[in-house]
Design a binder for this molecule. Structure first.
Ligand SMILES: [Zn+2]
Length: 455
C-alpha cells in the first residue's frame, strides 16, 4: 500500500520534470491535472470493468433472467479522463423480446452514444447556457475535454430527449387515480393551511422548417423562419414568496412548465407540476395571468375551483391606452381622466364594477368622440365585463397575494435569454427536447438524469 505522501512526491516529481522558470500557478494546476490524467483514466477503466463483471444478468425492464448471448462484448466510452474500454455481457429477454446490456444501463451509458455520464452532464449543462459552437472552447478550458460542437449538441439533445421521456412518464401518472396520489405525495408541503399560486403566460420561439434547404428557399424569396408559441407556467406556495435584503421579490422554491406542444401538451404538464407542488393539499389555489382567453379557458377546464386574477399591470395598461385614445397620448386631460379609474381598480372592493359604470357613463357623451374612439370604448367595456370577477385586487393585497403575474414574466424572460438569441432558429424536434432539459434543470430534478448528482 502506498501512502498519500508517496503519491504527492510522485506527482511533484512528474510535474517538476516539465517545470520551466517563471511558471505561474495556473500552469502548475494544469500540469498536475495532466500528469495524473492517465492514472485516473486507467483507474476508471478498471473500476468500470469490475462493475460490469459484478452486474447481474437480468432484464433491466422486467427483472427476469436474460438468455445470455455473449460474454465479453467490447465497448468504448469517452470519459472526462479520456477513452475507456471495457467488456460486458448481453442477453435476450424472451418476455420483452429485446436484447439488453444490463451493465450499460447500470453504468448510465446510453445505446450507441459515446459519452460517459459525466460527459453527458457537461454537454447538457453547457448547452443550457449557450449554443454548442460558443461553449466548445470553454468546455475544453474547464474540463480538458475536446468535443466538436456537433457532438456536444447531439449529446445535449439526447439528454433533452431523456428529460422529455421523464416528463411524459410523470404526465402519464396524472391520468390515473393512483398516479395522482403518487404525484401528490412528492409535494413537500407545510402542516399549516397554504395557498398555491400558479402563473401562466406564453412567448414565441423561432423555428425553421426545411433544414438544409434554407439557402435555396431564401433565394426564392420564401420565409424560412416561423414563430411558435411556448406556453409557460410557474407554480409556488404563497409562503415561499419573500424579498431580498434589497427589497427584490424572490420565491424560495417553485416549479416550472414550458412547452411548444400546444395547449393540449401544456395543460396536463401544468397539472402534473401543480400536483407535485401541493395542488391537492392546498387550502386555496390562485391563478394569475394576463387577459388571454386561452388561459382562462384552460383554467376553467382544469382548475375550476381556483381563484382567478388578471394581472393588475395589464389591466392598468388597458385603461391608459383608452385614455390616450380618448384624450390624446400623454395629455394632462388623459392623466386626469384615468387617475380615479386606476384608484378604484386597485383600492375598492368592487373597483372593476365602478370602472365599468364609469366607462358606460361615457356613452352619454358619444357625440364628442370619433367612430374609432367609440369602438375603443366599447372594446374596453367588453374587456372589463369579461374579466371583472378576476379583478379583486383589494382582497388579494389584504391577503398578501400577488396582484401581478411578474413571476411568470420573469420566467419567460429567463427562457428567452437562451432560446431567443439573435439569428437563432430551432428545429421542430430539437427545441422541445431542450425546453424539457432546461425545465428539468430549473425544477431541481437534475439527479433524475444524472444520479451521481445526488451523491
Ligand atoms: Zn424483460
Amino acid at each position: 500500500m502506498i501512502s498519500d505522501e508517496e503519491v504527492v512526491v510522485w506527482l511533484c516529481d512528474e510535474a517538476t520534470d516539465l517545470l520551466e522558470e517563471g511558471v505561474g500557478m495556473g500552469t502548475l494546476e494544469q500540469m498536475l491535472e495532466r500528469v495524473s490524467l492517465e492514472c485516473r483514466r486507467r483507474a476508471l477503466e478498471r473500476l468500470v470493468q469490475h462493475a460490469a463483471e459484478q452486474q447481474a444478468l437480468n432484464c433491466p425492464r422486467c427483472r427476469k433472467a436474460l438468455h445470455v448471448e455473449e460474454h465479453g462484448r467490447a465497448r468504448k466510452v469517452n470519459s472526462t479522463y479520456g477513452l475507456i474500454r471495457f467488456t460486458r455481457s448481453y442477453g435476450f429477454c424472451p418476455d420483452c423480446g429485446v436484447y439488453h446490456y444490463p451493465a450499460d444501463v447500470t453504468l448510465g451509458l446510453q445505446e450507441r452514444a459515446p459519452a460517459s455520464p459525466r460527459v453527458q452532464e457537461i454537454c447538457a449543462l453547457t448547452a443550457l447556457r449557450a449554443p454548442a459552437c460558443q461553449v466548445q472552447t470553454d468546455v475544453r478550458r474547464l474540463t480538458g475535454i475536446d468535443l466538436d460542437p456537433s457532438s456536444l449538441h447531439r449529446e445535449a439533445r439526447r439528454q433533452g430527449e431523456r428529460a422529455m421521456a421523464l416528463r411524459e412518464a410523470d404526465v402519464a401518472l396524472s391520468r390515473t387515480r393512483e398516479g395522482v396520489v403518487e404525484l401528490a405525495a412528492r409535494a413537500c408541503t407545510p402542516a399549516a393551511p397554504f395557498t398555491l399560486v400558479m402563473e401562466i403566460d406564453a412567448w414565441n420561439i423561432r423555428e425553421r422548417d426545411n433544414w438544409g434547404l434554407s439557402q435555396r428557399l431564401r433565394e426564392a424569396g420564401a420565409d424560412t423562419g416561423r414563430w411558435h408559441w411556448v406556453y409557460t407556467g410557474t407554480v409556488f406556495r404563497l409562503d415561499q414568496r419573500g424579498t431580498t435584503a434589497s427589497g427584490r421579490p424572490v420565491i424560495a422554491e417553485r416549479g416550472y412548465v414550458a412547452t411548444r406542444t400546444g395547449l393540449d401538451g401544456f395543460q396536463p404538464q401544468l397539472y402534473t407540476e401543480a400536483l407535485q407542488r401541493g395542488l391537492l393539499q392546498a387550502e386555496h389555489v390562485l391563478i394569475l395571468a394576463d387577459g388571454a382567453i386561452w388561459i382562462w379557458n384552460l383554467v376553467a377546464d382544469r382548475f375550476p375551483s381556483a381563484t382567478q386574477r388578471v394581472d393588475l399591470y395589464h389591466v392598468k395598461e388597458h385603461l391608459w391606452e383608452l385614455a390616450s385614445e380618448l384624450f390624446g397620448q400623454g395629455t394632462e386631460q388623459a392623466k386626469a381622466w384615468v387617475t380615479p379609474y386606476l384608484n378604484w381598480l386597485e383600492h375598492r372592493k368592487d373597483g372593476a364594477l365602478d370602472v365599468i359604470e364609469g366607462l358606460q357613463g361615457l356613452r352619454t357623451t358619444l357625440d364628442r368622440f370619433t367612430l374609432a374612439q367609440q369602438e375603443a370604448l366599447e372594446r374596453e367595456i367588453g374587456y372589463f365585463d369579461t374579466h371583472q370577477h378576476r379583478m379583486d385586487y383589494k382582497t388579494g393585497k389584504a391577503l398578501g397575494q400577488p396582484v401581478g403575474s411578474g413571476a411568470v414574466e420573469s420566467t419567460c424572460n429567463q427562457y428567452q435569454r437562451r432560446f431567443k438569441l439573435p439569428g437563432q432558429f430551432w428545429s421542430l424536434e430539437g427545441d422541445e427536447a431542450f425546453l424539457a432539459l432546461a425545465t428539468l434543470h430549473r425544477n431541481n430534478r437534475w439527479h433524475q438524469l444524472f444520479p451521481h448528482d445526488s451523491a
